[in-house]
Design a protein around this ligand. Structure first.
Ligand code: ADP
Ligand code: ADP
Ligand code: ZN
Length: 214
């Protein structure tokens, strides 16, 4: 199964991706997580990406597309994958399409988690993440069992540097201009499915399983 997740920042893509990846035994590939790992390891890719991420801008397509193509050729992707945070521009979607075509492969679905913008600021500013395993929490809607500690691996959870009010507003703007057009891109290909992302986390997951067919 090959799935891409669409939806604004804060829609719950990362949160749902963990559950989908477990349920369907496919790797969860988050471009944001790959960039953040590179930033923490101070690699040349990380140094380049940080300039954009800290300002809420997208990392340039050339860098991002090569990184994803490389990742999709790892052995664990043979059984399928779940892309979270990619594609984010029409150029990225076209590059992914070319990559799939060249291998005679197809996407199963582009799943959009729909959440209106008025929900986003509270979700993003209350988000806490685990820097070790990438798990996502929320101080009000999904707090860890032990305050400040990741449920999965026990590391201290942190607030992302780009989850401040100003950067979130910029990211929403970027989303509307550059990523929202992908909804029509996939609708035109008859690949778009949608779920209501304003429900509780578990209910969103149930809706997703219905769409994907259990
Ligand atoms: P994305 O990957 O789309 O940016 P996340 O999965 O990191 O989004 O979720 C953003 C924030 O919203 C996190 O703090 C998460 O715990 C919280 N969240 C996710 N889904 C829901 C939901 N259905 N209801 C309330 N809060 C949610
Ligand atoms: P969120 O789910 O909260 O929007 P991500 O973790 O997916 O955040 O991404 C964090 C940042 O990493 C983005 O704001 C952007 O700067 C960069 N990024 C992630 N994916 C891409 C992509 N496909 N193209 C360009 N930049 C990206
Ligand atoms: Zn963790």
């Amino acid at each position: 199964m090959k799935i891409i997740l669409l939806g604004p920042p804060g829609a719950g893509k990362g949160t749902q991706a963990k559950s989908i990846s477990n349920r369907y035994s496919i790797p969860h590939i988050s471009t944001g997580d790959i960039f953040r790992k590179n930033i923490s390891e101070n690699t040349p890719l990380g140094v380049e990406a940080k300039k954009y991420i800290d300002n809420g801008q997208l990392v340039p397509d050339s860098v991002t597309i090569d990184m994803v193509k490389d990742r999709l050729q790892h052995d664990d992707c043979k059984k399928g994958y779940l892309l979270d945070g990619f594609p984010r521009t029409v150029a990225q979607a076209e590059a992914l399409q070319e990559f799939l075509d060249s291998r005679n492969e197809k996407l199963d679905t582009a799943l959009c988690i729909e959440v209106p913008s008025e929900f986003i600021l509270e979700r993003m500013t209350g988000r806490r993440v685990c820097p070790s395993c990438g798990a996502s929490y929320h101080i009000k809607f999904n707090p860890p069992a032990v305050e400040g500690k990741c449920d999965v691996c026990g590391s201290d959870v942190i607030q992302r540097k780009d989850d401040t009010v100003d950067t979130v507003k910029e990211r929403l703007d970027v989303y509307e201009r550059q990523t929202q057009p992908l909804i029509d891109f996939y609708k035109d290909k008859n690949l778009l499915s949608t779920v209501d992302g304003t429900q509780a986390i578990n209910s969103v997951f149930e809706s997703i399983c219905k769409v994907l067919g259990e």
